[in-house]
Design a protein around this ligand. Structure first.
Ligand SMILES: [Zn+2]
Length: 435
């Protein structure tokens, strides 16, 4: 009976990494000692970052409701610069506009499927602090038209917001320095590790594996990488349907979204069980990118544009999961062609916003990565004569209109990113640095 259930769920699979684990590239990085780093600095977090207004929304009866808003010191100079410009990518776009000076306006964008907000039951954004009254507005992708429409608007007054206070006893280590000034701060958060020496060691070993695994990631030298350790009372463990939705008693409260059976392969991804818990955890110190390392040998992965990435610390497809999920964080879509995905665009979307996916697979209308194609590349592209082209497939098999740049990219099941994806990641990191 259990086997039948698993087969049925697999047929209707919706998830992030490639649906067939056996096809993904393996490596020996996970769980091994990687001779990398010495900890080059330890700091105790306090108000070291720039102030932001953080808003947490939950979905109740189909509508977004503001659950919590706080002032926290979690922003970087990069974040302030990035927030002053409208982001062209994403499926939920938010803005915060000063009520007294409309020119004081900041933007935020998160990319997920339009279903994500209902599966995860919330959303969260950070904005540079606007003093006094300001208006928060959020637009979300319509599930039919794919067009953005307003889903929320409310006035916020910074004078009555509480200041967020960091946890006591959070341990922060700087593991790798950056060549950029200011650096892109990539924080690795520990999730599901107990308050004991063996788990601490395992987390830092995992963090070393991340650094070793990211050496081949585009713009790696721009990242300053920090490890943030705070113990959890519960491990992630294997996926279980806990029946009633409960807030997970771990540092960040992440768990398999067992409450969303309509997602199909829910056991191959982790979701927040409580937005406040997740965002409070991230806010222990300033960050540009939040990556969560979870004590787990399972095959799963989480990555959403501009939001966060989470991977297991000891799966044999470690580097694949790391790159694939971090690729999602920079806006990339699935390049595999079956299994379904939670990163869904509206049904009638004309052209998806992801950089590596087009619905315009004919020579006349195709422009997205046209400048990277060799002269004479047929569109649509077939056969193996061209490494880069406009190949039918991708988007996890959701739409027949979908075309992708390559046949063997990490956003499918390949060992390395295709040129379109590698360039898209570097471009996005540049944008996040205000370039
Ligand atoms: Zn690609």
């Amino acid at each position: 009976m259990k086997l039948l259930a698993i087969i049925l769920l697999s047929l209707n699979a919706y998830s992030n990494p490639h649906p067939n684990e056996s096809l993904t590239p393996k490596d020996k990085l996970a769980g091994k000692k990687v001779d990398v780093i010495s900890k080059i600095g330890i700091s105790t977090p306090n108000k070291v970052g720039l102030p932001v207004i953080r808003v947490n929304l939950v979905k109740e009866h189909g509508l977004f409701v503001l659950k919590k808003s706080v002032i926290e010191y979690s922003a970087t100079k990069n974040f302030y610069q990035k927030s002053s410009r409208l982001d062209s990518l994403g499926s939920f776009k938010a803005s915060l506009t000063s009520s007294s000076n409309p020119k004081e306006k900041y933007y935020g964008s998160i990319g997920t499927g339009y279903n994500f907000a209902s599966h995860a039951q919330g959303l969260s954004f950070r904005f540079p602090l606007i003093k006094g009254k300001s208006v928060l507005t959020i637009f979300g992708e319509n599930s039919d038209s794919g067009k953005l429409e307003q889903v929320f608007s409310q006035t916020i007054d910074s004078n009555i917001l509480k200041e967020f206070i960091q946890n006591h006893g959070t341990n922060v280590s700087i593991l790798k320095q950056s060549k950029a000034n200011p650096p892109i701060l990539l924080n690795l958060y520990a999730e599901g590790y107990g308050d004991n020496e063996s788990d601490r060691k395992r987390f830092y070993r995992g963090a070393s594996s991340v650094i070793a695994g990211l050496k081949s990631f585009p713009s790696f030298d721009q990242f300053e990488i920090r490890a943030v350790f705070y113990p959890s009372n519960l491990e992630l463990g294997s996926p279980k349907n806990l029946r009633t939705k409960i807030v997970r008693d771990s540092f960040l409260g992440l768990y398999y979204p067992y409450w969303s059976f309509e997602m199909g392969r829910w056991y191959n991804v982790v979701y927040p069980t409580d937005y406040t818990k997740l965002m409070d955890g991230f806010a222990q110190l300033p960050y540009d990118y939040a990556m969560v390392l979870i004590k787990s040998r399972g095959y799963w992965g989480m990555g959403n544009y501009n939001f966060f990435t989470a991977i297991p610390d000891a799966n044999r497809s470690f580097t694949y999961l790391l790159h694939h999920e971090f690729g999602h964080f920079f806006g990339l879509q699935e390049e595999y062609s079956s299994g379904g995905t939670e990163l869904l665009f509206g049904k009638n979307t004309v052209e998806p916003w992801s950089q590596n996916l087009t619905f315009q697979g004919s020579a006349r209308s195709f422009t997205k990565w046209a400048s990277l194609l060799k002269k004479g590349t047929p569109i649509p592209t077939t056969g193996r004569a061209f490494q880069l082209g406009v190949f039918r497939g991708g988007y996890a098999g959701v739409s027949k209109k979908s075309h992708i740049p390559a046949k063997n990219c990490t956003m499918g099941s390949g060992r390395a990113f295709c040129e379109v994806c590698a360039k898209a990641i570097s471009r996005k990191i540049g944008i996040d640095q205000g370039k």
